[in-house]
Design a protein around this ligand. Structure first.
Ligand code: SAH
Length: 473
């Protein structure tokens, strides 16, 4: 096992001194324990090489008379910098670039930012790697955009590291711990790098979210796609989609499926739209919205999805998302989670909503650390197909008024004139209200079942218009 030279000071990798096979067992056990009474946990998917996988590496600068210029990670819970260019999990070339950026900064006497006095300029450095294509992005984070000697500085770093394909100057005058500020200036190259995942290309800019372990991401997504089992014409929702990586993998795997990606972060959505073009995909669209609001809106419009994939942040999803998910009625749900604790809680709510967690597979995206990713398949518990049966019976037994238009005619008319989707149940409720249905109505629940949804006002109005059009009222 390789040894970390700063293990006791850094605190970044809890499993640093644990043999890799044991790390995998610990993580598998952790997920198994949390999902014990919920579903079967299968064997963890490990890494071929658990070292130097991080494709995003950043370091902060500090300077004092006593220590000189330092560049490294903050010690956990402090602002003390631990310098180490031999980190076991970060990309090796990225670390060399950061080491050389530091040396050039010292040589050129670039003023290092002092957090307490708010003086100086160079604050942080970030390197992102497109592993498949070996493209490197260098981001210099400064407190103000004036950077005397910038041209020579950049020339020097490019000479030593020709693998750098783009350089960005990011201006961050914030006082919080965010690495990047709002303004970015492209100093060299295109301003982005392009990586590949499962034969799709993804443009990554300085601020885009992108999974940090490329090889394991391919394994994770392959498992998610296998679980999703997409068929022709399936409507698929990729909730919390980031730059659209999972959704585009689905869209490519099944060109006749229709995929919608929903993501809150505007710049990630912009990247997703560019990535869609880059991969010439026409069966996917992206929407910038809160995933829960989108889901509740879908419920209100009676939209349906055949498969829902969700990959929320560590806090998990919301009870409202899960409730609305039931209404859009996917046959399968694939939950990708970076936190098994919130996954377990959310799965319990999905069970209440009528879904059965079938299988969970942990994936080791973050070797040497305690973190573990899990992908879980849920399937819809079959309800007696009352609605469909009743619709058919109704068509056999028509009253005079009803004979003027079928349920399908009414649905089509409403859709065409208002864009709304209405269910047979809602139509039946309105028909009964207007006295059209004189015999037993098969579209209405037999008992006064309070769980049956009531037709909302705006849909009732649309149905009434249709009934008038067909001269049924
Ligand atoms: N599926 C993507 C991203 C997963 S990370 C991938 O594999 O790369 C989680 C994503 O959820 C982030 O992109 C984050 O911006 C987004 N997010 C966070 N809160 C959200 C919300 N309330 N609604 C929609 N997206 C959200």
């Amino acid at each position: 096992m390789r040894k970390c030279p700063v293990f006791s000071q850094c605190g970044g990798c809890d499993y640093c001194s644990v043999p890799y096979t044991e790390q995998l067992l610990c993580k598998e056990e952790k997920v198994k324990k949390l999902l014990k009474d919920i579903c079967v946990t299968e064997s963890i998917i490990g890494c071929d090489n658990p070292f130097n996988y991080r494709n995003k590496v950043h370091a902060a600068f500090s300077s004092s008379r006593r220590t000189g210029v330092k560049c490294g990670r903050y010690q956990a819970g402090t602002h003390k910098i631990v310098e180490n260019f031999d980190c076991l999990i970060e990309d090796s070339v990225a670390q060399k670039i950061i080491k050389d950026v530091k040396e050039i900064a010292v040589k050129f006497k670039v003023p290092i930012y002092d957090e307490d006095r708010r003086e100086g300029n160079l604050r942080k450095v970030l390197v992102r790697v497109a592993v498949k294509k070996q493209e490197y992005m260098l981001v210099l984070v400064v407190a103000k955009s004036e950077f005397p000697g910038k041209k020579n500085f950049l020339k020097e770093i490019r000479k030593i590291h020709p693998e750098i394909t783009t350089i960005i100057l990011n201006v961050n005058s914030r006082t919080d711990s965010m690495i990047l500020g709002d303004k970015s200036f492209v100093e060299y190259g295109s301003g982005y790098i392009t990586d590949e995942l499962l034969n799709l290309k993804f443009r990554i800019s300085d601020k885009s979210f992108y999974q940090i372990n490329q090889a394991q991401t391919e394994k994770l997504y392959s498992k998610a796609i296998e679980f999703a089992d997409i068929h022709e014409n399936d409507r698929v929702l990729d909730a919390y989609c980031g730059i659209g990586t999972i959704g585009m993998t689905v869209a490519k795997s099944q060109p006749h499926a229709r995929v919608t990606g929903v993501e809150l972060n505007r710049s990630a959505v912009n990247d997703a739209i560019k990535n869609k073009k880059l991969n010439s995909l026409s069966n996917i669209d992206f929407i910038c919205a809160d995933a829960t609001e989108y889901m509740m809106n879908s419920e209100a419009h009676s939209a349906k999805f055949d498969v829902v994939i969700l990959d929320p942040p560590r806090a998990g999803t919301t009870p409202e998302f899960i409730r609305a998910c039931k209404a859009v009625s996917p046959k399968r749900i694939v939950y990708v989670s970076c936190n098994p604790v919130t996954l377990a809680n959310d799965l319990k709510l999905f069970i209440k909503a009528g879904y059965k967690p079938e299988r969970a597979v942990p994936v080791d995206m973050f070797p040497l650390t305690e973190h573990v990713e899990t992908v879980c398949l849920l399937s819809q518990l079959s309800e007696a197909p009352k609605m469909e049966m009743r619709v058919k019976l109704t068509e056999f037994d028509l009253t005079e008024a009803e004979a003027k238009a079928t349920y399908s005619d009414i649905k089509e008319y409403v859709k065409e004139h208002t864009g709304l989707k209405v269910s047979s149940l809602y139509i039946a409720q309105v028909k009964q209200k207007y006295g059209i249905i004189e015999r037993d109505c098969y579209n209405l629940p037999k008992s006064d079942d309070s769980r049956q949804p009531k037709c909302p006002e705006h849909k009732e109005k649309a149905i009434v218009e249709a009934l008038k059009h067909f001269k049924m009222i």
